[in-house]
Structure formats: structure tokens, C-alpha cells
Design a binder for this molecule. Sequence first.
Ligand code: ATP
Length: 573
Amino acid sequence: MLEMRHVSQRFEKDILIDQSYIFPSIGFIGIVGASGCGKTTLLYILSGLLKPDQGEIYFNNVPLDQDFLAKHVTFIRQNNDMIASLNVEDNIEIGCKIANLSGLEKLPGIVYQLDIKRCLKKYPSALSVGQRKRVSIARSLLKASDVILCDEPTGALHQEAGHEVMQMLKKASSQALVLIVSHDEDLLKTYCDEIVILENGRLKGTTHEAHYEIIPERKKKHYSLLPYAIKEVMFRAKRLISLICFQIILLSCLLFMVEGLHGLNFAINQSVEHAPLKNVYLVSRKDQEDFRLTGSHIRPHFQSEYGTISQFPETMIDVLPENHRHIVLKSGRMPEKENECLISSSLESKLKKKNVTYMLDKAISLQVVGVVQEYFFRHPTFYLPDQFTNQHQEYLSSSIYEVEGKVNLPKDSQYVVTNDVLQEKENYEELVRMGKLVGSLFIVISLFTSLSLMKIVFQSIALARKLENAILMTLGMKFRQLIIRFFEEGMIIGTLIILMSYLCCYGIREYIHTMTDFIKTYHFQLTPFVIFYNGDFYLAVAFIYILLVGIMDARGIRYVKKNEIVDILREED
Ligand SMILES: Nc1ncnc2c1ncn2[C@@H]1O[C@H](COP(=O)(O)OP(=O)(O)OP(=O)(O)O)[C@@H](O)[C@H]1O
């Protein structure tokens, strides 16, 4: 039983003046009145969508709460009361799903009764006005609404269809209170049990005796509205496609840049780790004078530059350290005799035969017995064994010493200590640091730009969906549910973008892997599927990004303020 107690409402004029009225629990009641007298406003007040200036509405002697609309009411409007992204079946079921009411199994019977089976998979845009009304009535029947509020349901229908709708509503009124606003008094007189006239803020009709009944609680069933969010995203795909593509390109670039820098760092470290001379320090005096430095793992520097390898005049010649366990050979073995040597892998392809000639004071024949694996640093080098220098003492310097290992280095500050490998590492690291700085700047600027773009797109979509969201609220959707819906949609879009970006990035990596020379040099380490050591980074990026897109989309809720629902609906009317 729906009851008004001392309800007053005023806009520019009085719509309702201290009105108390009791509607019956079931029955078909028509509401008539001059245009602009407030009939639609009365329906909004009775549904709970509009809080009156004064007074209160009671349903079964209880003031309306926020569940009233969802649980007990179906609002049938003259124009649009359907969700464009959902087909007819979803549009009928959504009433129950929003309110978490069971009873979906009744759908086939209701569809048959209203003769809309053929339309079930159609979208609202493909329906006639009459079919739309049938869908709205089906929604109210499926939900077993106690109150059905109809605002000019036959307004846009031709006569025959109007009668059909009235017959259906009449049938529904045997189990519910159907309140119908119409200008067609004859139609109302034909079908309605009673007619109430709204005039000068007063309701003229037969108010009923208070008769409260206990309405048994409807069986609850929890439904997820996520499938509807997915359908909404698909429905808006055309508007989102350019945004999504832009985001994918941007994110792929960012990920690829991070990958590149990360790979570069990795490759540099690996290169240092296995560089033959990584532990060899050259020690000289600041004044360049000769001196004597003795101790374990210390030897005079071999001045290899006094001679060249005849076939490779530009290459470097170094002496292998005593401790060479860290050296990785690509092929062959370590030298065991004085005339055996190693070459770095960048020389391998140029070496025609295993024997080379070292032009020192005389021509010395060397045999290449192994190839040193190179990582990031690529230096065409010949590595001579320690024994070789023993045979050519005249080339040992007395002003530069080679010291293996940091612990053996002299502490005195008059010495100059250098290590080519570490020096090179520092130089490259400096470059990577600069790359990171520029990269971070690029990331911040492009993220800011792309998020601003996203904001504009989401804003325009949210504005276009104002009416649809208001309709969802007339179906009983609560503000909280609407925020979650927006948020879910944003997360779906974010997830889509992230997955596509990772795939795209993975694709680029795979492509680069086909360029073997490049990859040998730069060692890209892309791990888009969050498996390896930088997995945490990708997971964090994905999580933050998806959350951010969800929040940005949820901000669209500000265009559907609770107290503006009625205004949005009125704008459409
Ligand atoms: N939210 C609002 N803000 C300001 N004025 C409003 C608002 N809602 C309704 N009105 C005004 O209240 C009056 C009643 O409007 P309402 O739409 O309820 O009348 P109605 O009887 O349904 O009219 P019609 O029969 O032409 O559809 C109108 O003058 C309208 O402009």
C-alpha cells in the first residue's frame, strides 16, 4: 500500500500542497490533470526518485528506503527506458539483477505472454515503440513489481498498440498497483479502476482505507553486473578505439624503453663479469718515473704496442691474467704454451687460418687455440699467455705494473691506478643514467598527456551516458553500484590496453631477436609475462595503470548526481 502523508512540492508553482492520499495495494489507477500540473513529478515522488519538499511517502506503513525502487517498483516512461548496450533479454533481466531478486526462470513464460520472443536478441534501437513498451512491461512482470509507475506509456503509440499496452497493464494490475499518467482520458476510463485528478496541487479521487499487509521477502540471488560492463565497453568500442590504440603505442614504447635500458645495464654487467682483464689494474707513478712493485699477482706491464699482429694491424694485444676462471670461452681452450693465444669473438669471422704472426723485434708465430666470448663490450683483441712475456722480458715496462685483484693494490697516493674495463663500464653506465633521465622525462610527459586525453574521452562518454545512467537509477541501481559499474568498465579498458601493450612489446622483442647481431650486442631482456627478475616491475605497472584507468572512468559519475536524476530524465522528456 502506497501512501502519501502531508506531501508538498513546489517549483515555480505549487505542484502538491500538503497532500495525503492512500493508493490501494493492487489496482489500475489513472492520473489525469492539465499539462504542467505535476503528474510526472507526482510519479517521481511516489517512486522515491524525488524527495518532496515536505511530507513523506510510505510503503506498507514504512517510509521509503533506498531499496524501495529496486525491490518494488518498475518505472515505465514514455520515451526511453532501455539500455542501448544491452539486448532485449538483458534489458528485461537487468531489473532483477540490479535488485538481486531471483525469478529469472519466469522469463520464457513472460516473453511468450507478451509476444516478444522474436525480439529477445535485438537491441533497443531495432525495436518499435510498441515493442519497447512490451519490454518494459516484461521487466516489471519478471521483477514481480508491487508498484508499476507509467508515465504516458501510450503517448507515442498508435491507437491499436495503445490498447494492447493498456490491456497488458490491466492484466499486471491484478497483482500490483499500476499508476498511469496519461492525457488520453477516454483510454484511462476504459481500462482504469479509478481516476485521480491532479488540480491546483490537490489530488481529487477516492482515497483508500489504510490496510497494511506484510509483503513476504522476495528470494535473493546475487548477480554480478560485470558482464554488463563488458557489453558496455564493447558497445562503445568505436569511440574508444583510437584512445586504446594511442595508449597501446605509448605503453609499448615506454615498456620497450625500460626494457632497452634494463637490457643495456644487464649486458654491461655481464660483459664486465666475464671480461678477461676485469681484475687487472695498471699501476704507475704520478711522476711517471720508473719504480719497483713486487708482491703476489703483480708483474711488470708487457708493452705489446711495440709490435702488431701482421694480419690484424689494428687489434689490441693483452696478456691474460693468472686467475682466468671467470673467462668464458666461446670455443677452443685456454693457451698452455708460450706461442698459443686466444682471440675475442669479434675477430673470429675475420680469422682465415689458426696461425698469425706477431711482428715484434722478429716475426713470432702464434697459434689461436680459443675464442673468448664477448658480451656488450666488443674489443678485437689477442690474448697472450703469461709464459709469452717471460720469453720477451725486454718489453716489460719498469714504470707500469699489472696488479691482479684489488687487495694487492698499493695504498700509497703517489700511484695512479687504472682499470680499462671498469672505466669503460662507468662510461656506459653514465650513458645509461642519462638515458634513464631522458626516458623518465619522456614517461612523465607522455603519461600526463595520455591521461589528459583519456580524461577528455571518458568525460565525453560519461556526458553522452548521462541519460542511460539516470535510467539505470530508475531501475533501482544505487549510486554505489553505478560507481562500481564505471570503475569496472575502466578496469576492463585498462586491462585490455595493458595486455595489448605487453603483447605488442613482446612482438617487437621477438622481431628484434631475429636481428641476431643487434641482440648479441644489446641483450634485450623483455619479460612481458611476468616471469623473470623484472616481473615485479611489469606487475606493478599493470596494476597501477589498470587502477588509474578505473578511477578515471569512475570519475564520470560526477555527471549523474543523485539529486539530478529527475532533471536528466525531464530533459529527455
Ligand atoms: N526539477 C524541476 N525543476 C523546476 N521545475 C520543475 C521541475 N520538475 C518539474 N518542474 C515544473 O513543474 C511543473 C510540472 O511538471 P510535470 O512534468 O510534473 O508536469 P506534467 O503534469 O507531467 O506535465 P505534462 O502533462 O505536460 O507532461 C512544470 O511547470 C515543470 O516545468
